[in-house]
Write a protein that binds this ligand. Structure first.
Ligand SMILES: [Zn+2]
Length: 125
């Protein structure tokens, strides 16, 4: 396996030491953008039978390795496409549970004022 276009170094050292940060920022593994934790959903990898099942952790209480993605199927799809889950959870992942959640999210009327993500037209990434 090879990586097309080596990903940049993972940002480990966090800035903002001492500064009071009210809303934690997380990086979406779909679009790689940092955003408020509030607009991202946490995903947790739960290992079973050598595979890692990806679950939605809406209340951010589950233990285990976590990853964050925007609450929109576009970012989730992007994460799937670039195999970000495999990288985030270090193994073969089963995303059926998370996929179902995002599918339900799509069909549910939002009305929460969140910006809707435009579906991608064409694939230029
Ligand atoms: Zn995103």
């Amino acid at each position: 396996m090879y990586e097309a276009g080596s990903p940049s170094a993972f940002p480990t050292s966090s800035a903002a030491s001492g500064a009071a940060v009210h809303i934690p920022q997380r990086t979406c593994i779909g679009c790689r953008k940092k955003d408020d934790q509030a607009v991202l959903i946490r995903l947790v990898g739960v290992e079973s039978d050598g595979r890692i099942a990806v679950h939605i952790d809406e209340h951010r209480r589950m233990s285990g390795r976590g990853a964050w993605v925007h609450r929109g199927s576009a970012c989730f799809a992007a994460a799937l496409r670039r195999r970000a889950f495999n990288r985030a959870f270090r193994g073969q992942v089963d995303t059926a549970d998370a996929e179902a959640w995002f599918k339900a999210l799509e069909s549910a009327p939002s009305g929460s004022g969140l910006e809707t993500v435009q579906p991608e037209s064409g694939s230029e990434i």
